[in-house]
Design a protein around this ligand. Structure first.
Ligand code: ZN
Length: 431
């Protein structure tokens, strides 16, 4: 493998210098190119000349999804229209879609970033990469494909669905890398098993995007496809930040290596907007360093993650963040501790005998806050063990979330279920 797409910097100091240069460039670029950003910066009392160190990022105003919708159809546009060559949009379910515009350089940068994904996953030029994700307005398909071509492997751009065709090409093209969602990977793996064609395929890696999936699911996919589970990779991505391809976990799977030479990732307390200490969960806020068309200054993603301290076993200079753990809008504060339902869920999925259906009830009695976690017993769970199970959960909540609460085990099916996203937290504390 001759060409590399890995970053040119070698040390943390070199990365910081690179980031500072990119930050200065970006603030200057949006100041000159965007009325929206210039007004925001003025309101925050900041001019491009004020950016002298990386810490000065904290002086910059923040951007939210509301700003993007407000400025529909060309939010954050920071170049004249003649410089724009493409738009992509997120599939937004409510209100206006989030549309992002790209310059030719943005598209080229994205392609390079995406080529790095395949390098991180240990691909080579002989790999044949079957792309089973959506094409069109959505950023996925075209990103996956451009990355393959830049990297120098071969793209097989099938798009989503159509299992028969997927299987046919998997065999005939001797596909070695499959890119799809986790549920698609499972469907494909089951097809391979049902049709008994394992000896007719050459698959060696799977890259999964855009959907949460459990280790058990990865294990099943790997078993059915007869590939090592280490060869299943996770790709993050959001339209606001180019699209997918802005990071990947490596074969050690200890978090997502993210492309810190293209964007700065901050993890902030969603309530105070102060930085969280390394290793603690908070809201992911991103600032782009090279993006021209629609740059992001401290964009609040609402996604929760944490920075993983230390260097990865793979030796990469690229820093890591954890898999995304739900949304910051769901956070609540209990006895001065920020708690996310995802953290409670994490304790529950790792406790035998209970289901993942739960409610958190917050009360205030005599000026003191109390938390009760009600969780449903497994459908075939043993009620005589409830007391033991609730003690186990209480201990683990205390150890892992640093707070005390009572746990009540209730019958399966007894907690309310709402049609869409279940409401988990009932706060009766008043204000
Ligand atoms: Zn690594």
């Amino acid at each position: 493998m001759g060409k590399t797409f890995m970053p040119t910097y070698k040390t943390d100091e070199e990365l910081k210098a690179l980031q500072l240069e990119g930050l200065k460039w970006t603030v200057n670029h949006v100041w000159n190119g965007s009325d929206f950003y210039r007004e925001r910066l003025k309101a925050a009392g900041v001019t491009p000349d004020d950016i002298k160190s990386l810490d000065d990022i904290r002086r910059l105003p923040m951007v939210t999804a509301y700003d993007l919708r407000d400025q529909y159809p060309f939010p954050l546009r920071s170049v004249p229209f003649e410089k724009l060559v493409r738009i992509h949009a997120s599939s937004g379910t409510t209100g206006k879609r989030k549309v992002m515009a790209y310059t030719a350089k943005d598209i080229a940068d994205w392609r390079t970033m995406f080529a790095r994904v395949y390098e991180m996953a240990g691909c080579d030029e002989l790999d044949r990469v079957q792309i089973a994700v959506g094409y069109g307005l959505w950023t996925a398909g075209v990103g996956f494909q451009a990355g393959v071509e830049e990297f120098g492997a071969m793209a097989i751009p099938i798009g989503p669905g159509n299992l028969d065709m997927q299987v046919e090409f998997l065999m005939d093209m001797e596909t070695t890398v499959f890119c799809c969602t986790a549920s698609m990977a499972l469907l494909l793996a089951e097809q391979v098993e049902q049709r008994g064609i394992l000896d007719k395929i050459k698959l060696r890696k799977v890259i999964l995007g855009s959907e949460r999936h459990s280790p058990a699911m990865d294990q099943r996919i790997a078993e059915l496809l007869n590939i090592p589970v280490e060869e299943i990779y996770d790709i993050p991505g959001m339209t606001e930040l180019y699209g997918p391809g802005t990071g990947l976990d490596c074969k050690y799977h200890t978090g997502i290596h993210y492309w810190a030479d293209y964007y700065i990732l901050e993890v902030l307390d969603p309530d105070t907007l102060e930085p969280m200490p390394d290793g603690e969960v908070g809201e992911m806020v991103v600032t782009t360093l090279r993006k021209e068309g629609a740059p992001l200054l401290r964009y609040r993603t609402r996604d929760l993650t944490r920075v993983i301290p230390g260097t990865c076993e793979c030796g990469s200079v690229l820093p890591r963040h954890d898999k995304l753990e739900g949304r910051s809008d769901d956070m609540f504060i209990f006895r001065a501790v920020n708690i996310y339902p995802g953290q409670i869920e994490h304790v529950l999925v790792n406790t035998p005998g209970v289901s993942s259906e739960y409610n958190v009830i917050l009360d205030r009695r005599e000026g003191k806050d109390f938390m009760t976690i009600m969780v449903e017993r497994d459908p075939d769970g043993d009620a005589s063990k409830d007391k033991e199970t609730s003690k186990t959960i209480e201990k683990r909540v205390k150890a892992e979330i640093m707070c005390s609460g009572d746990v009540e085990i209730v019958d399966y099916g007894s907690l309310p279920r709402s049609e869409r996203k279940s409401k988990r937290v009932y706060d009766n504390r008043g204000q």
